[in-house]
Design a protein around this ligand. Sequence first.
Ligand code: CO
Length: 608
Amino acid sequence: MTANPVKITDTTFRDAHQSLMATRLRTADMEPLAPAMGSVGFHSMEVWGGATFDSATRFLGEDPWERLRSFKRLMPDTPLMMLLRGQSLVGYRNYADDVVTAFVRQSADAGIDIFRVFDALNDERNLQTAAQAVRESGKHLQIAICYSVTEEGRLGGPIYSLDYYVKKAVRFLEMGADSICVKDMAGMMAPYDAHDLISALKQAVDAPLQLHTHYTSGMASMTALKAIEAGLDVVDTCLAPLALRTAQPAVEPLTVALAGSDRDPGLDLDKLLDLGDRLESALPPYRKHMESPRAAVIDARVLSHQIPGGMASNLVSQLREADALDRLDEVLEDIPNTRRELGYPPLVTPMSQMVGSQAVSNVLFGRYEMVSDQVKDYVRGLYGSPPASIDPSVAALALGDHDPITARPADLIEPEMEQAREAVKSITSDVEDVLTYALYPTTGLRFLRIKHGLEELPDEMKPDSPQAETGGASLRTVRRASDAPPKSARARRFNVYVGDDLFEVEVDPVESTPPVAVSAVSAGGGRPPQAQARPAGGTDITAPMPGIVLRYLVEEGQTVSAGDPVVILEAMKMENTLPSPADGSVAPLPLKPGTTVKKDQILATIVR
Ligand code: CO
């Protein structure tokens, strides 16, 4: 054993498959590996949190709490870690303090030993309640600092300087952190920056330091090695079959690279290789989640524009939907400006989506002519306080009549547990179930109904058989033939080739819109057909881009003034409240909530 071995946290059962295959790995495919993983001698294993909770209940029909308890049973000697998004827990919005406290307590009870807690804005107020709950549970509190860079892509500059990270680490330690993690979710940390950063943090804080990074830009192994040379205590890696690409560095080459050095982690390579083989043989059913259209396993472009890979591909699909893919270069140029004007938020969920879609709006409709409700909330301070101040003219545009808040965002949220208990009491009183509902009222409730036998497990949640993925085709049954609607005259026959197999299928469009209307729209001439005749003399509110009508904020006949909110359009995953362009009254509403609309389609008409 060497004097100062680097410790290894394995992410195979959480971040690795979250990064490469949208968190789809099933408990049943991990359990057979778990006892051997637990005997490798990892410092800890990250097995829960992040998207695992959402994915298990929404897509897999699995109880995430049972997964955790099972891991604890199978790996009693390895500390289990979860990723907790501060006040947002394992969800995408801030929850009330009582939900945060109950969730942490229950997670500790179910088997979590180390809580890695972070906030996308590094705002300590979003970490307070979770940190306190972890301390009260007697478990290890690790607070993670989100790593970000400004335009030049390197450590330093006006915001994300050494000083910024040192101050955050000192502050997080004061909050009771047992260890500090630097969390580089976009894979932007350059090797020599890692050396500088870890050296500075080692001097400033007296606590174990851990590095979490992603391979996205191709630097992660080099970065990990330089961080280890600078004295890093713990590094995140995963088994080779789920390593590299957008996931973590692989543990096997690192083990060999450090062998014999004073940082030799002392892991058994043969054991790791054997585990890798076993993991590999469990992966064929998941191929479809992992296939990439590109040859490159890294996204080298990230190195030039500092825009995380996931964000860049979102932009492309958003622009394609808006039929404006030719404006991608303008959007990429606008992003640094928009980000600076919004106070340099780290480009991680949900900020990356907000900055990206705002940049798209800025290019398509003029700067801040259209601002999503999420960006307005962010500017108000409902997500926490940004690393730098927001451009005053942008703030004025986004705030409108609203005042910014200076309080801790969660202080504005009423307790939510009692209501959650009430909402599911006819199904369950189990606190884990109640928390599942409190976190995800829609998909969580559906899962609870399945779990308690009130609904059947839908086909799409069942495991895919390896046979269906590698050999013949897998066809999903929408409805049995006995109660299917009659075939229409528009049904057409197609030959479908899957590998060497030929299938003959008949395709019958589900929508009732006659084909002629579709071609009229795609030809780009004139407006799409409306459900109802448009009242003469009115002023229309049209969709500035394709999206979904989420809801109307007015009723037919209601009197409105210019600027009053009328309808919420979801576009680019953001909610946009569209105002009335004129004084008048609301004509009959042409669409139902949930309707998908095209650009320029009429959403409402205001008549005098
Ligand atoms: Co990660």
